[in-house]
Design a protein around this ligand. Structure first.
Ligand SMILES: [Zn+2]
Length: 387
């Protein structure tokens, strides 16, 4: 561990030890100090000092004695998942969703409200502030135990400048979130929604199997979050992963971004429902509704579906060729129905080609479904505590 000046400082070593112990306890839940010392390779006196501090911070507690193999019985140290909380906010078309999570990424509170216009962002933030206040009162959570509020935003996000630079589907650009700090009164974090989802998938996977992954967020639009060696790849101008706007049809449909034939105009869930209505004159109210109709062997629904899946596969093939990841995760509400489509999608993606075979990478549905981006947003303040 090195400081900015390049020298190893006492503080960086201290933080490194503390975080190693805390991360271990997060996974193992209960351990004796002896076992913590063995598993981390940190000396017993240093473990004891760190545990003392973590107890003072309220993050762990002493939880009785373990059985002894001789001599004094060792004290068990237990991790406290409700020691801190964090809020996640997801702003999507026509809706804001607010959740409260604990240190286990478990959703404790979940509520949404509709939004007519994002041009009145101050009003949206005021409403979120009142929800946050109400939740803290209702759950009797003192403000000191709240780590912050993370926002998942559908557009180009500059998290350093705290700026939503462009969100074509919300019809807004250059919205500064630093000024909202005053209204929300907690540390604020912002992230692109597909990036946030990728963060959630990466950090809630206890196996930590995939260090190189691409998360494809299929919602009103299509966004992707790219993780390389366990870190988000944002790109120089923070526009990396805009695969939703790669051209899949030359001179195709007009996109909100100003270009023609973008992938999201052929692979978003909105388009699936719109195409079904265009082809049949019937309306599927939701994905649930659409997949119910599909199951009834409705030939028109089948045709719309196969066309949709062809385009979804085409974009995935391009991503595989561009990034060669260990794993591609497909998220958004459509992932809830993966039992219906995953095998068929794989057949379309892994058609015979000179570059890749099915065994070269995993194509998986999101484990967190529609919660991935909001949990990722709420995790932004939590990750600060653990790193
Ligand atoms: Zn576009």
């Amino acid at each position: 561990m090195k400081s900015d000046s390049g020298t190893v400082t006492h503080r960086t070593i201290k933080n490194y030890n503390r975080n190693k112990i805390l991360n271990l306890l997060l996974v193992k839940r209960e351990l004796t100090k002896q076992n913590i010392s063995i598993l981390t390779g940190i000396s017993f006196p240093t473990v004891t000092n760190n545990i003392k501090e973590l107890i003072n911070e309220g993050l762990v507690e002493e939880a009785g004695m373990a059985s002894s193999t001789g001599g004094r019985k060792p004290q068990i140290i237990r991790f406290l998942p409700d020691a801190r909380y964090s809020f996640g906010v997801d702003l999507s078309l026509e809706k804001a969703r607010v959740v409260l999570i604990n240190l286990d990424s478990k959703i404790k509170h979940d509520e949404s409200f509709s939004i007519k216009q994002f041009t009145n962002m101050d009003g949206v933030i005021q409403k979120i502030a009142s929800i946050v206040d109400e939740v803290l009162v209702n759950y009797s959570i003192p403000k000191e135990r709240v780590l912050g509020i993370g926002f998942s935003l559908p557009g180009t996000v500059n998290e350093k400048k705290m700026m939503l630079e462009l969100a074509p589907n919300l019809g807004v650009k250059n919205i500064s979130f630093s000024k909202f700090q005053e209204i929300l009164k907690f540390p604020l974090y912002i992230e692109n929604e597909a990036n946030a989802a990728a963060i959630a998938e990466l950090n809630t996977d206890s196996t930590k199997k995939y260090h190189n992954l691409v998360y494809i967020s299929i919602t009103y639009g299509v966004g992707t979050g790219i993780v390389i060696h366990g870190h988000l790849y944002r790109g120089k101008n923070r526009r990396a992963g805009e695969f939703g706007h790669m051209t899949v049809v030359k001179d195709g449909k007009q996109c909100n971004c100003g270009r023609l034939g973008c992938w999201e105009l052929y692979a978003s869930d909105r388009v699936l429902l719109e195409d079904y209505e265009k082809e049949t004159g019937q309306k599927a109210e939701s994905l649930d509704d659409f997949f119910r109709i599909l199951k009834e062997d409705n030939p028109e629904a089948q045709a719309v579906w196969h066309n949709y899946l062809d385009f979804l596969a085409l974009g995935i093939q391009n991503i595989i060729l561009a990034l060669d990841p260990h794993c591609i995760i497909i998220g958004g509400e459509i992932s809830n129905f993966h039992n219906i489509w995953m095998e068929e999608l794989k057949e379309k993606v892994f058609v015979k080609n000179s570059f890749y075979k099915q065994k070269d990478l995993e194509l998986l549905p999101s484990r967190l479904g529609k919660d991935s981006s909001i949990i990722g947003a709420a995790l932004l303040p939590v990750l600060k505590l653990f790193s």
